[in-house]
Design a protein around this ligand. Structure first.
Ligand code: PG9
Length: 648
């Protein structure tokens, strides 16, 4: 091309190709600035806040005009502090923590209420200072970026972490924001929830209250990256968006409109990652080389670290009951911290009827489920603000915060409890009850008698069970957990067990625990178990026969004996596969039926288990993927059941 260009151009002296985009460009160092206008009711200060190692973090401080002696609310984010502090103008499109509903598209707002996102409305009304900061290495902040880095130690050699950065930031804020009363509250969802949780590991004395919302706490057990070792392939897009650029990265082209087709065409998750060019991305390479729950994951399991020493900051752990991204962190951190909260004044739990981060949006509905009013606004105004005020405002009244606030997803109201769960195996006021998977697809409260030994299905990795009706495009991502399961019920690779219509209501409050006696004709397998509320026919049209998942999860059964050391199955030999499902606070009403579905794939959300034991499933070869006969046993001594947290 250069030669042709040169030949046609009388002045061309050289064949070097000119490019208006230089090979590298270093933006000038950010400088502090304060922006306001006479007609604005707020001032925006942008500061490069120095950390102890000299790295400066981009921090936007939004201060109501005339503010004096007011608290500061801090969120540390990897999602662009500048846009979080101008949500009205620059709604972000990452589909995570932001709340772009208010006034999207407006230009410079003269009112702070319009400038910030919906979830900040309560802080603006209270006249408080709102602060967003980019974590190191992202957007305006200096330094290298590490994905959800562990604390400094064997797996983080940079000398810095989000515990230190939160500490140093708060230290700077209390000294440099004269309008404040020197008290800080932190909140944020998901990745931003992780930054709250990291701050709590060594909290600055000025950090007075914390709200980790769906915090990313343990990426292997059940937050974001894996669920019990099964890899969530949606993360391949996340790695691209987060780690291909300091700012927003780009989503790759999957090669087909329907992700079901696209991922199937590629093969393993490793093959898809290579197709997307991700062998260039260090964090993907790290994940790929740690498929098991080894020291790398254990060292950053924040719920375990949270339980190591007592909380010193009043903390409200929050998550959605149908949180499609971070279902693990809040409940497990609450549970870890609870025994050390001797005074019962520091550790709180909130679970709303929400998808991931919905607490920052409107909360009137979740897919087809419609709630009694705006549940998120209620939470923010009536629960969060009194709780925050108690600790952030001098002389504020003590809030009537229940230790546990959980939405009852069938009665359609909030329940206030002293502790959670209400029912469990041992030590709760109610005892969990086993519901047995028995012959002919039935569910029974009595253990199976001799008879049909097992129910079987053939799992074919070439035809995995979809997690959403196709085409799978990401459109229904937020509500996929409440999808009517009739779309797979009856497939030959999905086992269905069901009760008769209930005569009495059945109330569940706690953790359903799966106990499958399972075998495979292969040497490795995944098991997906769904607890479903089947609606009767005498209800509103949209709900007739609806199969509503109340709780579901996947378990990579090579980890049935040890999360660290996977082990092959001996063909057709039943073994116990035991795992907790996500929390439920739900009543199965009379006339409804309880259903349990069992299958071995949930695709393409989770990568396929080849069903042949290989050292690392990310590297499975096409020939490793084999059909297998899966058996769920139901005979005396080999019973399969779900322990249900039944409340009398
Ligand atoms: N669930 C998102 C995430 C957090 C941490 C790591 C990866 C993804 C989020 O909403 O921030």
């Amino acid at each position: 091309v250069a030669a042709i260009f040169a030949a046609g151009c009388a002045f061309a002296q050289t064949t070097e190709i000119h490019n208006d985009i230089p090979a590298s460009f270093t933006p000038p160092k950010q400088q502090a600035e304060t922006v306001t206008k006479p007609e604005w009711d707020y001032t925006k200060r942008v500061e490069m806040v120095p950390m102890r190692d000299g790295t400066r973090l981009y921090t936007v401080i939004v201060i109501p005009k005339g503010a004096m002696n007011v608290p500061m609310i801090l969120t540390r984010t990897p999602y662009n502090a500048a846009s979080r502090a101008a949500a009205a103008r620059t709604p972000i499109a990452t589909g995570n923590a932001a709340s772009p509903e208010r006034g999207a598209g407006k230009q410079d707002s003269s009112h702070m209420i319009d400038e910030l996102g919906l979830a900040d409305e309560v802080f603006v009304h209270a006249g408080w200072i709102r602060i967003y900061q980019d974590v190191r290495g992202k957007y305006g902040s200096e330094g290298p970026y590490l994905m959800t880095p562990p604390q400094v130690g064997p797996y983080n050699a940079t000398g810095a972490d989000d515990t230190m950065d939160a500490y140093d930031t708060i230290d700077w804020l209390v000294k440099h924001v004269p309008e404040s009363n020197g008290r800080v509250g932190m909140l944020g969802s998901s990745y931003e929830g992780y930054t709250v949780q990291m701050a709590l590991l060594n909290p600055h004395p000025a950090l007075k209250v914390a709200l980790p919302e769906s915090p990313m706490t343990d990426g292997w057990m059940g937050d974001d990256w894996f669920h019990y070792g099964a890899f969530r392939q949606t993360n391949l897009d996340y790695f691209l968006s987060q780690t291909t650029a300091r700012g927003a990265g780009k989503r790759g082209n999957h090669g087909a409109e329907d992700d079901y087709t696209a991922y199937l065409q590629r093969g393993s998750a490793g093959d898809m990652a290579r197709y997307l060019g991700e062998e260039q991305l260090p964090y993907w390479k790290t994940v790929e080389s740690h498929p098991a729950y080894d020291g790398f994951w254990q060292a950053q399991a924040l719920d375990k670290l949270a339980g190591d020493k007592p909380l010193s900051v009043p903390t409200m752990w929050l998550q959605g009951l149908w949180d499609q991204e971070d279902m693990w962190g809040a409940i497990h951190s609450y549970r870890a911290a609870e025994p050390k909260d001797k005074s019962n004044t520091l550790n709180y739990l909130v679970m709303g009827p929400w998808f991931h981060s919905q607490v920052n949006r409107e909360g009137r509905a979740l897919g087809p489920l419609v709630w009694d009013g705006d549940t998120t606004q209620y939470f923010r105004r009536e629960v969060m603000m009194p709780f925050f005020s108690q600790y952030l405002v001098d002389g504020a009244p003590k809030a009537a915060t229940p230790p546990v606030l959980i939405y009852n997803t069938s009665a359609n109201h909030w329940d206030r409890f002293d502790k959670w769960p209400l029912s469990c195996d041992t030590g709760c006021e109610n005892s969990a009850k086993p519901l047995y998977l028995t012959a002919n697809g039935s569910l029974s409260w009595s253990a199976p008698k001799a008879g049909e030994q097992y129910s079987a299905y053939t799992s074919d990795p070439a035809k995995p069970v979809p997690y959403l009706p196709r085409p799978v495009t990401g459109e229904h991502w937020r509500t996929w957990l409440v999808t009517d399961q009739r779309f797979v019920d009856g497939r030959p690779d999905v086992l269905t067990f069901i009760t008769e219509p209930l005569k009495e209501p059945l109330r569940l409050s706690g953790t359903p625990v799966v106990n499958l006696m399972a075998s495979t004709s292969g040497s490795d397998s995944d098991f997906v178990v769904k607890l479903i509320d089947v609606y009767p026919e005498n209800v509103a049209d949209d709900w007739k026969g609806y199969e509503l998942p109340i709780s579901l999860d996947i378990f990579r059964a090579r980890y049935r004996k040890s999360f660290e050391k996977p082990e092959a199955f001996k063909p057709n030999e039943p073994e116990l596969v035991k795992f907790d499902l996500p929390q439920v606070n739900h009543t199965f009403e009379p006339g409804h039926r309880i259903m349990v579905q069992v299958q071995s794939t949930l695709f393409p959300l989770y990568d396929r288990n080849p069903q042949t034991f290989v050292p690392n499933i990310f590297d499975a070869k096409p020939e490793d993927y084999k059909k297998a006969e899966q058996r769920i046993w139901h005979q005396p001594g080999k019973a399969s059941f779900i322990e249900l947290p039944v409340v009398k």
